[in-house]
Design a protein around this ligand. Sequence first.
Ligand code: CA
Length: 526
Amino acid sequence: MKPSRTLLARASAAAIAASLVSLTACGGSDDHNAAAPQVPSAAQACATLSGKTIGGATLSAAAIPASGAIPTYCKVNGTLAPKLNFEIRLPDAWNGKLHYAGGGGYNGSIPGVASALNALQQGYATASSDSGHQGSVIDASFALTDTFAAQLFGSLSIPTVMSTAIEAVTAAYGQPPSKSYYEGCSNGGREGLMNVQRYPNLFDGVIARAPAYNWVGFMGAFNRTAKALAAPGGSFSPAKTALLAKAVRDACDGLDGIVDGVVSNPAACTSAVFNPASLRCAGGADTGDTCLSDAQLAVVSSWSTEAVFSGNPTFRNAGWSLTGNEDDPGAWSVWVTGNGTVTNALQFLFQDTTVKNYLARDPNANSLTYAPWDQNQNALYAMAALNDATNANILPFANSGAKLILWHGGNDAALSKNSTAEYYNNAVAAVGGQTAADAFMRFYVAPGVNHCAGGPGADSTDLLSALDNWVTGKATPGTLTAQKLDAAGGAVLFERPLCQYPKYPRYTGPANDAAAAKLASNYTCT
Ligand SMILES: [Ca+2]
């Protein structure tokens, strides 16, 4: 678009001025502006795509009427052989961009429309898949019997579906998406980092929340903690979990400037401030709900210390921070303790299906007696090759001009925010330092927030808009705002600044003022 010197020499000042105006307009509007032609409606998109074959998949398409917060959209489904099912949702008022919503756990089903609701409301076309097999999120049996399904789950499903999604969107709307963004949490966060590392040109921006990127490391940590809970006297009842959580809150809640039930500055909650051994039952045997046995203290130790396997620096998991919210209904009971029955806990279930289908490769293997975790090094390396997204050198992604936002809930009992911090720090070093990293990467921690959402903290932030504004040059993300919404998802109960790691929101407002404590402006990222 740059005019040649000859053209410039011939042009009148008025013409140059006019061309500068047009260049400015061009550069300032990646997206569609008022002058853009009317984009086809969802119904028109459905009519175009229904029965059409793209990438070998014959598409079905149905217009879905608006319902509650969900806008009208065209729901497009198809299957890429042999069994990779995908869904594309095309809104009425397309904003010209494509959003890919990642999955969770061991996938096996297409994420519901809620996973892409924010994007759909903003006019994005959205795409998702079941990752290439069908089943429960806690069932990895596909990996035992189907090598291709294991590859699709590990890294291939998203680029495969994206190629079809771009073609379908282009057919429906008459033009390709101007930008493509990826967003996912948990395994979806891992898929996001997999895209960043292996397909650096696939997306213009990636949001990786609570990423399960260190598959070998965190599954090994799950296994270690499950064994500690299954050991004689190790079981954690709800009362024991509540005892631990309250002791942490009593010692550390106020270290962030406000006693609000959330330890927003876990780095200050050191063993000198709170030592779990202070809760030890006299003699070390379990004598009731007012203390922890030695076996229960071993669980806390397993939880809060790093796990490293085979001496491989990427086969590791950073220990979890004690948060004081272990007793939140979405924290330890669901993920770790199973309320006294470890085999009900999700961490147990995930490592169990992993041992059976990736490591021992025996459906009858007993994960609680499978020891050590790295006894079968070939299997460990094979699983890492499929599923680990630990490569910190993401310069190719940065050099493509793409942006990455990492996010992690501070009270995540499933995956350790400290592991995500390790990845962030490794990536900062690998790309050449903080300045180079700041040009394309952000990491936010949301204190008091559970795995992906929920918990006592402010769990709601429009990261997609922050990413889009960054990619399109409108605004560089700094401190963002996080909200806690009521159960209906409407009213804002309170706000906090969402600080860039390693900062945390420190209360700097008036003391003993409940109204002031709800306002983000009364906190300072420290
Ligand atoms: Ca606090």
